[in-house]
Design a protein around this ligand. Structure first.
Ligand SMILES: [Zn+2]
Ligand SMILES: [Zn+2]
Length: 134
């Protein structure tokens, strides 16, 4: 079983073999900066579970110099986060928002919970709109 993913502009496409090793939300300050959101949603897989379908050469990588291991990767056309090999080379981190379709798995933990944004709300009772709320 595989699930495919793509960037915002569609130049980059990839496939990931299921199941994921881990599927989590990460609230660390670096993930918040890198995504612009209260937490990353990351699927973790083995390096050989990732297969590029198109546009791999559109993916740029940034290794944060002040971090031991933090990296990001993104489409150079549209800036969308894309899968990346960890600096140890042992895992691939797949930004789950780039997946197309349902992997059939759900995130099962919050990492770096103590670092979560002060404004973060996981209030399931918030009003829900099917369209824009602004
Ligand atoms: Zn793109
Ligand atoms: Zn993080």
């Amino acid at each position: 079983m595989e699930i495919q993913g793509s960037c915002l502009c569609g130049a980059v496409r990839y496939a990931v073999r299921l199941p994921f090793d881990k599927f989590l939300y990460c609230h660390c300050s670096r993930c918040r900066k890198a995504t612009g959101t209260p937490h990353a949603a990351n699927a973790i897989v083995a390096p050989d579970a990732l297969r590029w379908i198109a546009g791999e050469d559109n993916v740029l990588r940034y290794d944060l110099p002040t971090a031991r291991s933090f990296s990001t990767a993104f489409c150079k056309n549209c800036g969308a986060p894309m899968p990346r090999l960890t600096r140890s080379g042992k895992r691939v981190i797949v930004p789950a928002g780039s997946l197309d379709g349902d992997p059939g798995e759900r995130p099962n933990c919050h990492a770096h919970w103590a670092s979560r944004a002060l404004w973060y709300s996981n209030d399931v009772a918030l009003p829900k709109f099917d369209g824009d709320a602004f």
